[in-house]
Design a protein around this ligand. Sequence first.
Ligand code: AQP
Length: 340
Amino acid sequence: PELVFSGVQPTGNLHLGNYLGAIKRFVTLQDTRPCIYCVVDLHAMTLPHEPAQLARTTREVTAAFIACGIDPGRNAIFNQSRVAEHAELAWALDCVARMGWLNRMTQFKDKAGKDRENASVGLFNYPVLMAADILIYRATHVPVGDDQKQHLELARDVAQKFNNDFAESIAAHGHGEAFFPLPEPVILGPATRVMSLRDGSKKMSKSDTSENSYIALTDDADTIVQKIRKAKTDPEPLPGHLDGLAGRPEAENLVGIFAALTDRSKADIVHEFGGSQFSAFKTALADVTIEKLTPIRTEMARLAADPGYVDTVLAEGAEKARAIARPNMDAVKDILGLIR
Ligand code: AQP
């Protein structure tokens, strides 16, 4: 059966990139298949973290999921550490994944920086835990932003190697030719890689030191207007055709954001605004951004005042997730010859 899984780290302010690249897609997919959406708190420990802040941001991301339109009644929303099977399967997959595969991961190189000897083992191992997150549910579809493509390919490689290495035992235990499906990345739409508002060559990122580089889901209308007004652009007016965006990363980024927010194509946007100056386009962009984000911000604030509700969602979501994860983990143990 088809099943959707994805996760978001509770590492700080969620931004427009997280929303357009991931969470907005989560909302659409809930109408098509059963979905499991996880606040990946174990991943958030791979860089130095503040315990009190982790608990707070975990509730905040949960509230953002609900405020963006994910229905906790129909889907499972929970925090990763609550379902121990993620970490349990990660160990088994650690013994399947190869050092060479992980050595090629660009996110580790970026996040570890120059002082690689001093990075946590967890940061190196991040993609294997992510593979376990997906495979513990035998999920078939994983909506993510473009930056997670390489990690998804690794998850597929791990699933494939497990299926090959233990093919005989998998068949002997009645699971046919393969135990894990190879999960499909779902990387769709005009904003799979939202760029920084200050630098069209860098992805929009919550760890960016310049607050003007990203729009947070919690930014109020004035802040949104200011940040979009200050966004870097080039001096030319907007082109009337998509070809005219080539070599203009800042313009392309703003057009992509506009298209994604309004569920229109980039071609449609340049058709409407071709020949306009950026000042006029930015005013229109700020308007649609405010229109989309204001209800989300208001609902997040309402939920922040009701932590009891958010905690209930997390507890119930964990129950639903565990009901799928436990039998899958038991099957993995049988396949591997681990007595239970
Ligand atoms: N700029 C982006 N454009 C489109 N999608 C994005 N995602 C992140 N940034 C962009 C997608 O959001 C989902 C959750 O991301 P995460 O929890 O892995 O966080 P992250 O990628 O670590 O987010 P940041 O903001 O980039 O954090 P830092 O600053 O720590 O690197 C994923 O599906 C991701 O693809």
